[in-house]
Design a protein around this ligand. Structure first.
Ligand code: UD1
Ligand code: UDP
Length: 382
């Protein structure tokens, strides 16, 4: 009988980064996935999964409008606790640093089910930024049995916290697996209507981080507005995160500009088509920093720190914070200095090689399924 791995996810980035693992587990001889979607992000998580030809086996539908962190945590604890009790589960996989991931890990621990943490070891070392994600992933560092670190650097962070070396597996980031899969499928996909005129340079913007809500996001929006007003050859596209706090901060500043397209969240395929076409990116998103690094698209990161220093070292990411004049200064450099632009436009494999899901499933097969497993691990890694 195959062992069951509960793959727990609830937000858009978790769906994207766990989809390759769930798909790989579907073809395992010894393991099978059981996908639990909390729908922390409502319909957005399940619809993202569908783009990878996956369906949740169980959908907990927890999202509430303007959910608080404590309210969401309470509902998730109750619903996920029950879900993990309802059937035989041999291991739980969670990803990253969301409330779904943290509570998924905690509930698994309460049921004495081993936890695999995908994208382990990212740290900013500031417990309030990103908030509450830095705390969530640190807690998962204590709860997990298997730590799937995306890079050698993230593995080192775990070692510094005295996490057992044997439990750390450097796998690469599954975001690259997802990116490759999606791009292969969408080679001839046209861009979403209304975002390209064939002549302009396009800047792609995303923002949503909780610590940027309010004034920092208004300050970002002001920079975007100045850029659009000052450059007739620019087109700026901003797929809006559905969080109402984000919309309230940016929409009043951006409305009415003919060179700014504000749209609803795009499905992953469309978003990647835009990213490939973008001249550069302004973003506070973790996943977008990784994808842009893989594709060689410069990102001005709208944060003061990043837990992804590999991308800064690779040259594609530059930390610019949320201050309007600073963003404008850095954007002007990319727009006007061809050498500076080229230096930030080299694609890099620092975040992964597209085989992370294989490595993760291999470790689980070796530990749970009695299989050979772990075929490509430890080659040149930690
Ligand atoms: C969450 C994650 C964050 C991740 C982000 C990805 C936590 C603590 N944070 O942040 O790490 O980077 O997702 O996007 O888990 N909402 C809608 N419709 C939706 C989605 C959200 O209305 O489709 C609303 C929710 O009701 C809520 C707000 O947006 O009021 C925030 O959602 P929530 O999941 O709590 O946190 P995010 O800021 O999205
Ligand atoms: N993304 C998407 N549609 C959008 C915006 C982003 O599919 O309109 C994808 C993007 O390609 C990346 C992920 O969402 O893989 C990032 O999610 P988000 O920024 O919400 O969260 P974070 O990565 O910061 O946790």
């Amino acid at each position: 009988m195959k062992k069951t791995i509960a793959v727990v996810l609830g937000t858009r980035p978790e769906a994207i980064k766990l989809a390759p693992v769930a798909r790989r587990l579907q073809s395992s001889e010894s393991l099978q996935p059981y996908v639990i979607c909390t729908s922390q992000h409502g319909e957005m998580a399940a619809s993202t999964l569908r783009r990878f030809d996956l369906q949740p086996d169980l959908d907990l539908q927890v999202m509430q409008p303007r959910q608080s962190l404590h309210g969401l945590t309470a509902v998730l604890a109750s619903r996920l606790g029950e879900a993990l009790q309802e059937r035989e589960i041999d291991a739980v996989l969670v990803q990253g640093d969301t409330t779904t991931a943290m509570v998924g890990g905690l509930c698994a621990f309460y049921h004495r089910i081993p936890v695999g943490h995908v994208e382990a070891g990212l740290r900013s070392h500031d417990r309030y930024s990103p908030f509450p994600e830095e705390m969530n992933r640190s807690l998962l560092g204590r709860m997990a049995t298997w730590h799937f670190a995306p890079t050698d650097f993230s593995a080192t962070q775990l070692l510094r916290e005295n996490i057992d070396r044997e439990s750390i597996h450097v796998a690469g980031n599954t975001v690259v697996d997802a990116l490759e899969w999606m791009i292969q499928r969408s080679s001839s996909r046209p861009l979403p209507a209304g975002v390209e005129d064939g002549r302009s340079r396009m800047i792609l913007v995303t923002c949503h981080r909780r610590e940027n809500h309010g004034q920092p996001l208004r300050s970002v929006a002001l920079a975007v507005r100045h850029l659009a007003d000052g450059h007739s050859d620019l087109r700026i596209v901003l797929p809006l995160h559905p969080n109402p706090a984000v919309r309230e901060a940016v929409l009043p500043v951006l409305e009415g500009s003919p060179r700014i397209t504000v749209c609803e969240p795009l499905d992953h395929e469309d978003f990647l088509a835009l990213l490939q076409r973008a001249y550069f990116v302004l973003s506070d998103s973790g996943g977008v920093q990784e994808e842009a690094t893989a594709l060689g698209k410069p990102v001005l990161v709208l944060r003061e720190e990043t837990e992804r220093p590999e991308g800064v070292e690779a040259g594609t990411l530059r930390l610019v914070g949320t201050d309007t004049p600073r963003i404008l200064r850095e954007a002007e450099i990319l727009l006007n200095d061809a050498d500076a632009y080229r230096a930030m436009s080299r694609g890099s494999g620092v975040f992964g090689d597209g085989h992370a899901a294989d490595r993760i499933a291999g470790v689980l097969e070796r530990h749970l399924g009695g299989g050979a497993g772990d075929p490509v691990l430890s080659k040149g890694w930690l």
